[in-house]
Unconditional design. Structure first.
Length: 139
């Protein structure tokens, strides 16, 4: 499926969800990666004015989950996140963060992703690792 079509479908699937609320937009897709951005606005800040770690984790899990869907037959299987870890390395108060999910390991039942969340200068804001399980679709 062409890159533009994949990005369009992913962004359309975000309508009315947490992804839309947080302003997450899928921007790039490749053979082994997926990229999304999220604006750093009042919606994703802690009371002290810093990017909330939970918003970064939501971005990472969103991206890694969507990326796993690109590697399965979606009519036959579904994806569930089963573990996520995050190291928050740099504060952010405004602007945009860019997250890139890259596959570390693709097994038949488990997908392991590294998600790097960076600021506009390319500095690492958070480093996350996500494990997804591939389950038979019960629909």
């Amino acid at each position: 499926m062409p890159e533009k079509r994949i990005l369009h479908l992913l962004n359309m699937s975000s309508k009315g969800t947490l992804m839309e609320t947080l302003g997450i937009v899928y921007t790039e897709v490749g053979v082994d990666y997926l990229v999304a951005t999220m604006p750093v606005t009042d919606k994703v800040l802690q009371p002290n004015g810093l990017l909330h770690g939970g918003a970064s984790v939501a971005l990472a899990e969103t991206l890694g989950g969507a990326a796993s869907h690109l590697f399965i037959d979606n009519g036959e299987f579904e994806i569930r996140g089963i573990e996520i870890t995050a190291n928050h390395l740099k504060s952010k108060r405004e602007g945009i963060v860019k997250a890139t999910a890259k596959m570390i390991n693709q097994g038949k039942t488990l997908h392991l992703w590294e998600i790097r969340i960076e600021d506009e200068e390319g500095d690492l804001v958070s480093l996350c690792k996500l494990t997804n399980i591939v389950l038979p679709n019960k629909n």
